[in-house]
Design a protein around this ligand. Structure first.
Ligand SMILES: *Cc1c(COP(=O)(O)O)cnc(C)c1O
Length: 463
């Protein structure tokens, strides 16, 4: 779905991609619980099936409620087109498989989300798609050294979960584009309110919309947003130049390829026509509706979560039992250095090896990195268990970006598939606790942590 963009972020979060007049004048996007749609006549059926006419035929490849969600997130990310999926992993898998189809390789950091690591390290190789992992994705020389003839894309998270390390998207894009390689960014943690990767050179953005975008922990979803700027028609990506029956007409001998027919929109077109159509990880209309409702309040929610997470990070930094705090958000907005001066400093740092977290956060995340943070506890695994079991307001839930504040031990739960050799660089050791700050009163959250710390350390001291 193409997206028209106008107005500021908060305005678009409520209005983009929706015309009440197209939906019986309903103020709120209706939920179209219909598996299929009336094709009306054979000429129209033929045109719809060939993708030559806009409209809906079958909800696996398009649904009016889901289309509003696609247009809205596309507008918020300043993309050109978007394809929704039934989960974040549906979107991640579709984007990576579409880029690397036919024996390609993906370069990625060891700090990816657990399931993304498992997909790239263990599952995709069985289908002939391989990954080259780097410990530090901002080490641009190490990344460039890994680019070979089969490399198709660099895949990274804008803000890593749970370390909150920020990725140098602009630096990666420069390196990747020099070699005709695409940059795909998982922007789940900051959400487009805090960072828009396409504005800094990324070609494709993916999200788990389950998290901050939906924001209420009540629906699963994912999305692929295509910036429409990358040339997929080169020899590096043969799948885009090959004639494909799904978009051709065999009977009249009209064979077409995705890049021939869709040009710069070829990526999103192929994600929908092949990955969504054939793998079927489809977003349901009811879930799309819940996510649209959540997105309406995205700006105010994230602003408040960043404020509260900053206060909690400052408190954690003062606790003697916290041996290491992972929250790059504390580097945000500390001075008023201008963009040009920061760009100069970043260019120098990149030339010297890699950009520092401080420069990256100040330049690209002036409003913070989000409500996610993590920390290392003295005493290790036993103290992590004791702390989690002692919290009462923080709930022990493997999710992030919820209105509820959540606590988890990532090494055992969300990042269980991450091998031990990745733990150090990914910041997910057995002694790490992750918090996702919600919208409760900060004072109540601090009280809960204070009591839990006292109980965790008191109890094990006595034992
Ligand atoms: C949760 C998450 C995913 C996977 O999303 P699901 O909706 O759970 O499939 C991918 N990437 C990141 C960064 C995540 O936090």
């Amino acid at each position: 779905m193409n997206c028209a963009c106008s107005g500021g972020f908060a305005t678009q979060a409520i209005h983009a991609g929706y015309e009440a007049g197209d939906h019986g004048d309903a103020a709120v996007p209706p939920i179209y619980l219909s598996a299929a749609f009336d094709l009306r006549d054979t000429a129209r059926g033929d045109a719809l099936s060939a993708g030559e006419q806009d409209g809906f035929a079958y909800s696996r490849v398009g649904n009016p409620t889901v289309a509003v969600l696609e247009a809205r997130i596309c507008a918020l990310e300043h993309g050109r087109s978007a394809v929704a999926f039934g989960s974040g992993m549906g979107a991640v898998a579709a984007a990576l498989l579409t880029a690397a189809e036919g024996g390609g390789r993906i370069i990625a950091p060891t700090s990816l989300y657990g399931a993304s690591i498992d997909a790239l390290r263990d599952y995709f190789p069985g289908f002939g798609i391989d990954a080259d992992f780097v410990d530090d994705i901002n080490d641009l020389r190490a990344v460039e050294a890994l680019i070979g003839p089969d490399t198709r894309a660099i895949f990274a998270e804008s803000v890593a979960n749970p370390s909150t390390q920020v990725t140098d998207v602009a630096g990666l894009a420069e390196v990747a584009h020099r070699h005709g390689v695409a940059v795909i960014v998982d922007n789940t943690v900051p959400t487009p309110y805090l960072f828009r990767p396409l504005e800094h050179g990324a070609d494709v953005v993916v999200h788990s919309t389950t998290k901050g975008l939906c924001g209420h922990g009540n629906a699963l979803g994912g999305i692929v947003v295509d910036g429409g700027t990358f040339d997929w028609g080169t020899a590096r990506f043969p799948q885009f130049s090959a004639p494909d029956l799904a978009i051709s007409d065999e009977r009249c001998g009209a064979w077409r390829s995705f890049s021939g027919r869709y040009g710069h929109d070829a990526f999103a077109a192929r994600v929908r026509a092949k990955a969504l159509h054939n793998l079927g990880a489809v977003q349901g209309a009811m879930d799309a509706y819940l996510q649209l409702m959540g997105i309406e309040t995205l700006a105010v929610r994230v602003r408040e979560q960043v404020r509260s997470a900053t206060a909690i990070a400052q408190w954690l930094r003062r606790q003697p039992q916290v041996t290491r705090l992972q929250y790059t958000g504390l580097l945000a907005g500390e001075d008023k250095e201008n963009t040009a001066a920061l760009d100069l400093r970043l260019a120098q740092e990149r030339a010297d090896g890699h950009a520092t977290q401080e420069s990256l956060v100040r330049r690209y995340f002036p409003h913070g990195v989000g409500g996610l943070l993590s920390f290392t506890l003295a005493g290790g695994r036993d103290q992590v268990r004791a702390l989690i079991d002692a919290t009462q307001l923080f709930t022990y839930i493997p999710n992030i970006g919820d209105t509820r504040s959540l606590i988890v031990d990532p090494a055992r739960i969300t990042h269980r598939e991450v091998p031990g050799s990745f733990h150090g660089s990914a910041g997910v050791g057995d002694d790490v606790v992750r918090l996702s700050i919600g919208l409760e009163d900060t004072r109540d959250l601090l009280d809960d942590l204070e009591h839990a710390f006292a109980r965790a350390y008191g109890a094990t001291m006595a034992a």
